[in-house]
Design a protein around this ligand. Structure first.
Ligand code: G6P
Length: 612
């Protein structure tokens, strides 16, 4: 977690770094800070809390220069207070750090034995001490950093500046992402391309254990043992509108409204609108995708958070259409339970950011076990994308709101395609069924538009939800993971306790929770399980349960038992999850907004979780 910006160029570094940190605040917002070399002196300003507090402090500062580093923090070691905010200054050195130094206790002991004065509770400051000791000996920043790296154990990215060298930045990555942005007479070192998107579209992605050394306008790359290496420059075609709110009150609201376009962008490259056939493009498996899909005997999804719920939808879609057994694992569990991966298993990692530490570790484990891997990511060239064998892209554009929305529905669309493609490869899909499925998918963007047009009803429903203290979100079949995702959205945004439950499990415990302050939000679009869901609701209603339901068209049975009924357009069972998600997102959004909460940056959370 944490966001890093390093800058060397002709602009005021304060301005460039603060702008960059704004784009990275989704990575953490416990504190922020900046260090700039001005008149051969390092000037540091740090503030507890969100970036705004730092901006307020900087408003009265006049220093500028042309080199600096900045940081927005998600606290790991040490409380979120100013003394623990980055950059950390020790002697002639200042550093920003993202990640965790696992051997920090050994280093700390050693430094204290040598009489070092330690000012913060962070592991990061200790690294600054080590580099400072080295630079005093060598008078060479690159050598000092390179020598220190051998001492560190953990997962970390760091950027370092040296007071005596106002035209030099050295950075190293071993874990959390670090990207070099190559501008015109200016260069950037950043955690995510968003931080420099308004200045350049050319990026170099550092791999683990690589060092970048920027001196004046020269950018050079090295392995950890200081051997020069060549790096590929990637050109990114993203416009800056991706990182603006474009008139919406929040990024999250904008991203919810972008879903028709995002879903279309996810599926279009793989659909032939004339033949109504699926042709998944550029999966890039080592052998042909048909061969892989034919041969596999099991699929294993691994993901975290919202991506995990998308994976659960994938299980329903794939098992039913292609008859391949599918398991789904939370990445943090998968990686430590010595998972059994038989021959011919396809491991699919889903990650919007492509950087979630647990998901990345799970992917690496799967690769070590010599199995086929496929990543579904939104960020091309992210770590998970780079390391997986096969690739599918959400194409959602930048997602800024910490709670994932458009990446979720885009993933559901891709999982529809994947399920159909696997079914096709295994002879389980007739041409007629394929044509129909493609038509169903092509209809989703306009169905999403229709649902979005009902926003005022979701906002009204959100008002109703305010009366309750607890929430059960129910669904059956493919709607069950959607109910879980709806409950997660409410927790993340409105800080209210909500649980997603399989509707059929109500009688095995949750019925005991029902009273007048417990709301039941049910996801019940018309499918072959709708009658069973309605029966489960009767049981809850008979015990005084208050129901808010989401159903297809005018479902009278559902309507008659609900306090509030929200209507969805008619869709297929495979595409229902996409449209049923929108009311849940919008209800959580409106409820949180009306409670005055920060929906784009919910407390204690971060978008890209690059620590385990
Ligand atoms: C964090 C975010 C969630 C997200 C999860 C997984 O917890 O707050 O919104 O679903 O990480 O992120 P990923 O980038 O791997 O999909």
């Amino acid at each position: 977690m944490c966001g890093i910006v390093g800058y060397l160029g002709f602009q005021d570094p304060k301005k460039v770094i603060v702008e960059g940190l704004k784009r990275l605040e989704y990575r953490g917002y416990d504190s922020a800070g900046i260090a700039v070399i001005h008149d051969n002196k390092i000037k540091t300003v740090r503030a507890e809390g969100k970036l705004k507090a730092l901006e307020d402090k900087l408003a009265t500062e006049n220093f500028n220069g042309h080199l600096g580093i900045g940081h927005t923090r998600w606290a790991t070691h040490g409380a979120p207070v100013e003394k623990n905010a980055h950059p950390h200054r020790v002697g002639e050195i200042s550093i920003v750090h993202n990640g965790i130094i696992e051997n920090y206790l050994d280093i700390k002991r050693e430094l204290l034995d040598r009489g070092a004065k330690i000012n913060s509770d962070t592991d990061s400051e200790l690294v600054a001490h080590l580099i400072n000791e080295e630079v005093l000996k060598t008078q060479n920043l690159f050598q000092a950093v390179q020598k220190t790296l051998g001492r560190l154990v953990g997962a970390f990215s760091i950027v370092v500046i040296w007071e005596k060298s106002p035209d030099e930045l050295v950075a190293f990555k071993d874990g959390p992402p670090l990207i070099v942005g190559l501008g015109d007479k200016e260069n950037f070192i950043i955690s995510d391309v968003q931080a420099a998107l308004q200045y350049t579209k050319n990026y170099v992605y550092l791999e683990d254990r690589e060092i970048v050394h920027i001196q004046n306008k020269e950018v050079r790359y090295f392995s950890a043992d200081a051997k020069p290496i060549e790096k590929k420059v990637n050109h990114l075609n993203w416009g800056t509108e991706q990182i603006e709110k474009m008139g919406f009150k929040h990024f999250m609201l904008k991203e919810i409204y972008e879903q028709p376009r995002a879903v279309a962008a996810a599926i279009q490259p793989h659909l032939n609108p004339e033949t109504h056939q699926i042709e998944i493009k550029n999966l890039n498996f080592k052998s042909s995708s048909k061969e892989v899909f034919n041969k596999i005997e099991r699929i294993l999804f691994v993901a975290c958070g919202t991506s995990y719920y998308a994976a659960l939808v994938g299980k329903y879609l794939i098992e039913k259409t292609s008859r391949v057994p599918v398991d789904v694992d939370v990445a943090s569990e998968f990686r430590y339970r010595q998972p059994i991966i038989q021959k011919n298993t396809l491991v699919v990692t889903i990650s919007q950011s492509g950087e979630t530490a647990d998901t990345l570790a799970a992917l690496r484990l799967a690769k070590d076990l010599n199995t086929h891997t496929l990543s579904i990511t939104n960020v091309p060239q992210s770590s998970i994308d780079r390391e997986a064998e096969g690739h599918l892209y959400m194409n959602s554009g930048v997602e800024v709101g910490v709670a994932s929305t458009k990446a979720f529905t885009s993933t559901l669309a891709l999982l529809n395609l994947l399920a159909l493609e696997i079914a096709k490869a295994r002879g389980h899909l007739t041409v007629a069924a394929e044509n129909q499925a493609v038509k169903n998918l092509l209809a989703v963007p306009s169905q999403l538009e229709t649902v979005l047009a009902f926003d005022k009803y979701f906002s009204e429903a959100a008002e109703k939800l305010k009366e309750f203290k607890g929430f059960l979100y129910l669904g059956r079949g493919v709607s069950y993971p959607i109910a879980m995702e709806g409950a997660l959205k409410l927790k993340e945004l409105a800080y209210l306790h909500a649980e997603g439950y399989a509707a059929g499990e109500m009688k095995h415990g949750p019925l005991a929770l029902i009273d007048s302050r417990m709301a039941i939000v049910v996801v019940a679009p018309t499918d072959d399980l709708i009658e069973k869901t309605v029966s489960n609701l009767q049981e809850a209603k008979a015990r005084g349960g208050k129901i808010i339901s989401i159903g297809t068209g005018e479902n009278e049975a559902l309507k008659s038992m609900s306090e509030y009924y929200l209507s969805l357009p008619v869709a297929d069972w495979m595409t229902n999850p996409l449209i049923a998600t929108v009311p849940l997102q919008l209800m959580a959004y409106h409820l949180a907004d009306s409670l005055g909460l920060d929906v784009d940056q919910p407390r204690n959370l971060a978008k890209s979780v690059t620590v385990e």
